[in-house]
Ligand binder design. Structure first.
Ligand SMILES: C[S@@+](CC[C@H](N)C(=O)[O-])C[C@H]1O[C@@H](n2cnc3c(N)ncnc32)[C@H](O)[C@@H]1O
Length: 183
C-alpha cells in the first residue's frame, strides 16, 4: 500500500477525494470534540490522518472507534497503537449495531456523502442521529454544500465553518442533536 493519495485517485467513487485531508482540517475537527466526551466515533478513517489528530486532542477519558470499509487502507490504520482507540473494518452503517441509542458524545464523519445514493444518506443520517446522545455533536466535512439542506433535516441548528488550507478547501458542518426533536 503506497499511501492514501494513490489509493484515493484509483478509487474516487468510494473516497470522493484526491488527497488526504490537511492537518488544518484534521485539527479543526479534533478541536471541536467536547472536553467531557467519553464516546467518539469517526466514519471513513482513510489512512488515519484525522484519526491521529482526534486521538491527540480528545480528552483522556474518551474512547475513539473508527470505521473504514477499505481493506487496502487497513494496514495504515492498524499502525495506530493507542489505548483509547478501536478500529472497525466495517461499514459506517454498522454503528447502530455497535452503539446503543443515545450513547455517543461526538461523531466525526469523513464519508464522501455527496457520492452516496439519497436513500443511503437518509439511512446514515438516521443512524447517526439515533446513536448520538441528546446534545451530542455531529461533524461532517464536505468540499461543496451539496448536502447542507439534507443534513439540516436531521440537525436543524447547523453551523458551518470553512477550512481554506485543504485540497480542495472544505466546509465543516457542526450539528447538535436537538434533545426535543424525535429520533
Ligand atoms: C474522503 S475519504 C477520507 C479519508 C480520511 N479520513 C481523510 O480525511 O483524509 C473517505 C473515506 O471513507 C471510506 N468509506 C467510504 N464509504 C464508507 C462506508 N460506507 N463505511 C466506512 N468507510 C467508508 C473510504 O474508503 C475513504 O477512506
Amino acid at each position: 500500500m503506497k499511501g492514501f493519495t494513490s489509493y484515493a485517485l484509483k478509487n474516487l467513487k468510494s473516497t470522493g477525494s484526491i488527497a488526504r485531508s490537511s492537518k488544518f482540517l484534521a485539527r479543526n475537527l479534533a478541536k471541536q470534540i467536547p472536553s467531557d466526551a467519553k464516546t467518539v466515533i469517526e466514519l471513513g478513517a482513510g489512512d488515519g490522518i484525522i484519526t491521529r489528530e482526534l486521538l491527540k486532542y480528545m480528552p483522556q477519558q474518551a474512547h475513539l472507534t473508527a470505521y473504514e470499509i477499505s481493506e487496502e487502507l487497513l494496514p495504515l490504520l492498524q499502525k495506530i497503537e493507542h489505548p483509547q482507540f478501536t478500529l472497525k473494518h466495517s461499514s459506517a452503517l454498522d454503528i447502530v449495531q455497535d452503539f446503543a441509542i443515545d450513547s455517543v458524545d461526538c461523531l466525526v464523519s469523513c464519508l464522501p456523502l455527496a457520492l452516496f445514493p439519497l436513500e443511503m444518506k437518509h439511512e446514515l443520517l438516521t443512524h447517526i442521529r439515533s446513536v448520538l446522545k441528546p446534545n451530542g455533536l455531529f461533524l461532517q466535512y464536505q468540499y461543496w454544500l451539496s448536502d447542507k439542506a439534507l443534513i439540516k433535516e436531521y440537525f436543524p441548528h447547523l453551523k458551518m465553518n470553512w477550512v481554506p488550507l485543504n485540497l480542495p478547501p472544505s466546509f465543516v458542518y457542526t450539528g447538535v442533536k436537538d434533545a426535543e426533536k424525535e429520533t
